[in-house]
Each structure stands twice: as C-alpha cells, then as structure tokens.
Design a protein around this ligand. Structure first.
Ligand code: SF4
Length: 470
C-alpha cells in the first residue's frame, strides 16, 4: 500500500487546445514550455471529432514527439501532459493523458495534482467491480464518471468531481468536447487563453506566450468549463470554495515568466528576496542566488540591501533539477553535476547565498561546501521561504516528514548541518505580504500546509500513515 500511496505523489503540467487545426503542434510547444513541471513522461491525445488517438512515452517532450510521431497526431483538439513521478509511481502505464475506450465513446484525462481520498475511492470502486490499469489516482475520475449513471457527460463529470478530495486540475476530453476542472481550493494553477477562434488551457501562462495565445482568465476553484464547437460554458461542481493556491508555485515551481492569479512569478520572488533583506540584514560583500529559481529572490535581496548581486554559481543547463530526481543517490550526484562555483566572484568574499527553500538539506550542504572550497571566507544562507516542516499531500514531492530537515531540527541545528556561517528563513507573514496576492474577499488565499501544518482539506488516515511513517 505504501508504494501505491507514494505513487500518487507527483507534480505535473497540463495543456489543452480546442478548435485549432494545429492542435497537436500547439500542444507540443505548450508542453515544451511546461517541461520544468515534469520530465519523466509525456503524452498527447488528439480528437478529430470522431475518434481519440494518443501517443505517450517515458522521456522528454522532444524525445517522445519526433517529427514522424507528430505527423500521426491530426485533429482540431488535443490535450497533453508532462509528468514527474516518485519511484513507486513511474512506468509507462502511468504516463498521461490516460485514454479509455468504451461502446459509448472515448475519454482522455490529464491531471495535475494529488487526491487525498484516492484509496477509499479505489476500495469502493473495486468493491463495485472496477479494475485499475494504473497506480495513478487520475484513473479514479474515469471510473467515477462511467459509474455515475448520468447520460450527459457534463453531469457525469460534475458528479464524479464532487467526490474527489485534494488537489486537481483536470483536462477531460471526449470526441466532441473538452472539459476543464479545478478543485474547490484551486490548489494548482490553471489558466484559460485564446488563439484566434481556438481556446487553450495551461498549467502556466508561460505556455500561452510560447504558442502566441492571449490570456483570458484563471479557472476558478470548483469550476467546470465545457468547451465545444458551440463555444464555452462555465458550470460549478462545488458550492463551497475557498482559494488556497500552492505557495510553492510562487516560490519554486512555476517559471518566472508565468503569472499566477495576476501576480508575476519573478516579481513575487524578487519581493520575497527584498523582504529577506529586511528580516535578515547581513554584512557581506556579495549576494548570489542558486540558479535558476532563486535568482529573482537574490536580485531582490541585493537591490534592497545595497550589496552587489553577482553570478557566484553557474548551472549546467543539460542536467535535470535535483528536486525532482527520484532517489537520494541520484539527487546527491545531481548536485555535483549541476552547479559550479565562480571562483573569481566568491574567493576572499563574505557571500550571501540566497536559496528558495530547503527540503532535505543535502543540496544546501553541498553548495555551501562548494562555495567555501572556492575560497568564500563566509557563507550566509538566506532562504526566501519559511522552513518546510510538513509533507505536502497535494502533489509536491517533499517526501515523508522524517526526510524534511526542518521537521526535526531547529534553525541553528540546520545551520550546523549545512555548514553555513548563518542561516535565516523568511517568516510566514513576510512571505504572504511579499507575494502580495489579495483575493476579492480580502483573504490571502494561499495553501501554507507544508510550512504551518494547517492544510486546506481534510487529510485521510491512509495518506497520513504513509507521510508520517517512522
Ligand atoms: S502543502 Fe506546501 S507544497 Fe503542498 S500545496 Fe500546500 S503550499 Fe504547496
């Protein structure tokens, strides 16, 4: 059971198009711009109005979708997915979109997020005769829709979605329509755009820029959009909704050129860095950021503190992100392959090293050592987010509570473990103010679960058992 639950643990990107003759090509480019959200598998399903056809595989978008493969994907509508999976959830069968065929028609599903009641739903469905092809939680929605008893696809989707708990941004495509759904807390980002007369949907707005689409709006929590040849309609499947967008999307996950709920990610990160300069004033010679996600925060810190920003660390662009490597061995090896210090910048200097977060501490320790080996006289680590003390149940791989360095260690203990001269984290209040999101009702509308332990949804016992195992 543990492997099954661990298999639910994923962070992904989704992209969809309705009403464009180059739907598959646009999806290719959209997925390419979302590649940072998952590099282990990818797929595209197209609709020509009569049938659904899909191609998927384990690897990068550019590896799976060769020119020959793309020629086969014809149709005016498409959905696509890039996937990250932990060790228990890999494998071809779990790569999305998932495609189902039945006598009443076909259905393709692409999902970003993580359901927290998937095991109880699977038990119920199996007791009723369902057989699952994958260990992914995404498949549950297809079974719930099929068993709902409604004849109309919109009613089937609404009924099934109302049974799900957790984080989900779904693209649901049949031969004749594309449905788009976001969970009642809007935990994962999902935006709607247009390209001429076509509609596009993406996890991040950077995908719109790449395909030349115009941003229309974000999908609302608890909303079901139905897009077909007659246009677009919006329905609600959840009456009670409370916005709680994942704060880590601003801090780490999303691309700096994306806007989430009206806030540019680079600007949010820069403001987090500026706030750190107020909360953690340090005497030093140079500020540097851990590429790529911490550069914006480092620029913000430098700007607010007056200490010059320098490129003290260089990233090898042809190595994947260590945060998303599935095993500890690969993760440790990955740090060495990925980053190099710039000796000419750090030698003989007191360095402020800005990073966006500390998860297990391994990466921070290696970077501090690297900077000191390159001649830095002092390394002060400034983290532009609060300590991650609790696991994420909604699709971000922070692993178990025991693996999180901040769950069992004080700030001073972490400082010692990573070998830094000082270590400072951002306060929760500072983070909320720095990102600066304000919802219509005046609430901030963030998920802070991994920082505060207060989650926006109920967490089910079998999920807790895995994440808090000793
Ligand atoms: S628990 Fe943390 S990582 Fe998970 S959704 Fe909430 S803010 Fe994001």
């Amino acid at each position: 059971m543990l492997a099954e639950i661990k298999g639910l643990n994923e962070e992904c990107g989704i992209f969809g198009v309705w009403g464009h003759q180059d739907a598959a090509q646009l999806t290719y480019y959209g997925l390419h711009s979302l590649q940072h959200r998952g590099q282990e598998g990818t797929g595209i399903v197209v609709s020509d109005g009569k049938t659904l056809k899909g191609v998927k595989g384990e690897g990068l978008v550019s590896e799976i979708f060769t020119a020959n493969v793309m020629q086969e994907l014809t149709g005016d509508a498409a959905i696509g997915h890039v996937r990250y999976a932990t060790a228990g959830g890999g494998g071809y069968e779990n790569v999305q979109p998932l495609l189902f065929h039945s006598q009443s028609g076909s259905l393709a599903l692409a999902h970003n997020g993580n359901l927290v009641n998937v095991n109880s739903l699977k038990h119920q469905l199996e007791a009723q005769g369902s057989i699952f092809q994958t260990s992914s939680d995404t498949e549950v929605l297809a079974h719930l829709m099929k068993r709902s008893g409604y004849s109309d696809s919109k009613d089937r989707a609404k009924n099934a979605l109302s049974m799900l708990k957790g984080a989900y941004a779904y693209l649901i495509m049949t031969e004749t329509e594309l449905m788009v759904a976001l969970d009642p807390h809007g935990l994962r980002p999902l935006s709607l755009g247009c390209l001429g007369g076509a509609y596009v949907v993406a996890s991040e707005t950077c995908a719109f820029d790449v395909v030349g689409a115009e941003y229309i709006r974000d999908i609302e929590p608890g909303e079901l959009l139905i897009i077909n040849d007659d246009g677009i309609t919006s329905e609600r499947f959840a009456v009670s909704t409370t916005k709680a967008i994942c704060t880590m999307e601003y801090i780490y996950f999303s691309r700096p050129d994306s806007d989430i709920q009206g806030i540019n990610v680079h600007t949010a990160r820069k403001n987090l860095g500026k706030r750190m300069a107020i909360e953690a004033p340090i005497e030093a010679d140079v500020v540097t950021g851990v590429p790529d996600s911490s550069i914006s925060a480092a620029i913000g810190y430098a700007e607010a503190s007056g200490i010059p920003y320098e490129m003290g660390l260089i990233k090898n662009r042809y190595v994947g992100r260590t945060f998303i490597q599935p095993s500890q061995t690969l993760r440790e090896q990955g740090v060495k392959m990925k980053l190099s210090p710039v000796r000419g910048v750090v030698e003989g200097k007191r360095v402020i090293m800005v990073d966006d977060s500390i998860v297990r501490g391994t990466t921070s320790r290696r970077i501090v050592t690297m900077l000191k080996d390159a001649g830095a006289t002092e390394v002060h680590v400034v983290i532009s987010s609060p300590p991650i003390k609790n696991p994420c149940f909604y699709g971000i791989d922070t692993s178990t509570k025991e693996e999180l360095i901040a769950s069992g260690n004080s700030v001073e203990e972490i400082r010692e473990l990573i070998g830094a001269d000082s270590l400072t984290f951002l306060s929760v209040e500072g983070m909320i103010e720095a990102i600066g999101k304000k919802d219509g009702d005046g609430t901030e509308g963030y998920c802070l679960g991994c920082f505060t332990g207060k989650y926006p949804t109920e967490i089910y016992p079998d999920t807790l058992q895995y994440y808090y195992q000793k």
